[in-house]
Ligand binder design. Structure first.
Ligand code: COA
Ligand code: MG
Length: 289
């Protein structure tokens, strides 16, 4: 499976200081598990949480799930040691908070110099200062480990003093621009969390909105959010059928070398073939998992 076709429909955070949640995460159907050392862990538990996250990475048992550790920022008392320890452990990715600029991405990349090559850098997009620089920040993907954006909508709301309702109106331009910047530079891009974990109707609506924006998936805080999230972000039966029809039509000898053809009475172009191939690759990866 190529990295681009890896499903990242659901990314579950859990405080690395919570052993019960750590054990449970190995049994859940989230595509990505994010062991948090940052906001979900109180200062007194930071060192203990780091040790627990490292032990969990070393122990493994997460199967096909992508394993990510969220570090504390380099400006905090724990950041430098978190990054050194995570580098030695070598999870699939390190997620870092409150990145404001391309320069800060390069700082994190340098702090991860000792990590194995497969350890990618994902960053939280959650500060007002980052917003005018999303393209410059995403462009660091070309020559650093940077491979993903994760929206931090709780921190954004706090900084902006925004009051987002269920429609998330204050965030709409930000979500659009973050997805566009990520796509322009080939990064993974995951939507923010829905705090109301007992209201799965609200959750589903928010996940569907994230899908409309083009996110690969959504970050989650509770196991109950995983199943609806996977459902929303999986290609539908109709999308798979359409992708198969587009792919088959372009493979016909009479369509060889053509840029635009007709499928089921509609025009499709080579750009739709790219989309169809991506849909089929994701669907195949999901059914293999
Ligand atoms: N990951 C793995 N397991 C989790 C979990 C998570 N994020 N959240 C809850 N669980 C487990 C609980 O341990 C419990 O397990 P059990 O059935 O074996 O007892 C089960 O799921 C049900 O949990 P529930 O009682 O409904 O929730 P809770 O009151 O224990 O926890 C939260 C509620 C919000 C504190 C908890 O879900 C949480 O810590 N979420 C993640 C927070 C986080 O990481 N935030 C940072 C990013 S925004
Ligand atoms: Mg945050």
């Amino acid at each position: 499976m190529t990295n681009a076709a890896r499903p990242r429909r659901s990314a579950l955070y859990l405080p690395a200081s919570n052993p019960k949640a750590l054990a449970k995460a190995r049994t859940l159907t989230a595509d990505v598990v994010i062991l948090d050392l940052e906001d979900a862990v109180a200062p007194d538990l930071k060192v203990e949480a780091r040790a627990a996250a490292l032990a969990a990475v070393a122990e493994g048992g997460f199967g096909r799930r992508e394993l990510v550790v969220r570090a504390n920022g380099l400006s905090t008392p724990w950041g430098r040691e978190d990054l050194a320890a995570i580098s030695a452990a070598g999870p699939d990715a390190v997620l870092v908070p409150k990145v404001n600029s391309a320069e800060e991405v390069r700082g994190y990349d340098a702090a991860l110099a000792a990590a194995p090559p497969h350890t990618r850098l994902w960053i939280m997009i959650e500060t007002c200062a980052a917003l005018p620089h999303l393209h410059e920040i995403a462009a660091c993907g070309a020559d650093t480990r940077l491979a993903g954006f994760v929206m931090g909508t709780n921190d954004l709301a706090k900084e902006m003093q925004a009051r987002p309702g269920p429609a998330r109106t204050p965030f709409l331009p930000i979500l659009t621009m973050a997805v566009a910047a990520a796509r322009a530079h080939g990064l993974v891009v995951l939507d923010g969390v829905c705090n109301e974990f007992r209201d799965l109707g609200l959750f589903r609506a928010e996940a569907e909105q994230g899908l409309e924006f083009g996110f690969d998936g959504k970050t989650l805080i509770h196991p109950d959010q995983i199943a609806p999230c996977n459902e929303v972000f999986s290609p539908s039966v109709a999308e798979i059928a359409w992708a198969e029809a587009v792919s088959a039509a372009f493979a016909l000898p009479e369509n060889a070398g053509k840029g635009a053809i007709k499928v089921d009475g509609k025009m499709v172009e080579l750009l739709h073939l790219d989309q169809a191939e991506r849909t089929l690759a994701i669907a195949a990866a999901i059914s293999a998992s």
